[in-house]
Design a protein around this ligand. Sequence first.
Ligand code: GLY
Length: 376
Amino acid sequence: MDTHTEHSGAPLPAPVAVVRGAEGDSPVYIGRGLLARAGEIAAGAVRGRRALVVADTNVGPLHLAPLLASLRAAGFEAERHAIPAGEASKSLAELERLWGALHRAGITRTDLVVALGGGVTGDLAGFAAATWLRGVAAMQVPTSLLAFVDSSIGGKTAIDVPFGKNLVGAFHQPVAVVGDPDVLRTLPPRERGQGMAEAVKTACIRDADLLSFLRSVAGRPLSGEETERVVAGCARIKADVVNRDEREGGLRMILNFGHTVGHAVEKVLGYGAVPHGEAVSVGMVAAAKLGERLGETPAGTAEALAELLAAFSLPTRVADLPGGAACGPDALFAAMLSDKKKLGAKIHFVLLEGWGRAKSVPLDPAAVRGALPAVL
Ligand code: GLY
């Protein structure tokens, strides 16, 4: 059956990585010009021909038109749904509004939800897809660097609730991730930095070569080709980690490097007050210092890491963050205790064993509290 008669004629590029999820394969396509071919990819991934594209009020005006045109050219009846830009949209209220839009668009079990945007849109639309009719297909079309290198891949979806970030969600692998690096050209520099923090994280835990490459380009704007190399490299690493541990029973936890302190900072300052990547940046340096104190991380790692992050204009100390004075050891410790990474009586930290090597370590809360003043 040939459902893609409208495509440009050229064969689709091979995916740069494939997540082999319990519910099926989730290929990650990265390539310039792919936004215009998203419809073709979607048509090969689902049987239905209705799609609802979710985009926020910043991204919609920039990238929605070519995506809708591509879906329609591939035979989809495609509708759009707008959400307000910002972390506050990962809410139960926005989820309910989105379920309403899925109902009105007549999305059935064989149809498609498309998340066009960054981490917030991907999480909300992905969770709506995971829950609507007990699960319909989702396609992730990342538009932020953070979504390219991390959040669009691997099937984590969630909303925030008053007790914490990402506490309600589901694993729901997208039927495809379609990343067109051309969309990154419109990205404001501070937002680009958020993605670089996650790229540095990904390289630190798994790929010393990618880390060397990041060092070689730090401190200046990346060319299109360099950006593509970073996002494809991160996509491969992320897919590999998820393939070994889809449900975060063990290895996948290393993707949380920098996130124990990072999430605590976000919680104390209020979600959305500090960008996620900046909180993670500070958290990675703190985790490296902690690792050095515990003898797990080679001496000098924290300093070298801080230098690299600073070269990408990222903060490296809690005190550098706007309002960071509120993040004293007591406040952060209380936030950590309520975080979902506290499994049983322990607080889980991801520690670097060297460049490109990491492990998740359960630590006694008292030991963490004792070390906090020195590592912040
Ligand atoms: N962002 C961490 C993960 O997907 O596991």
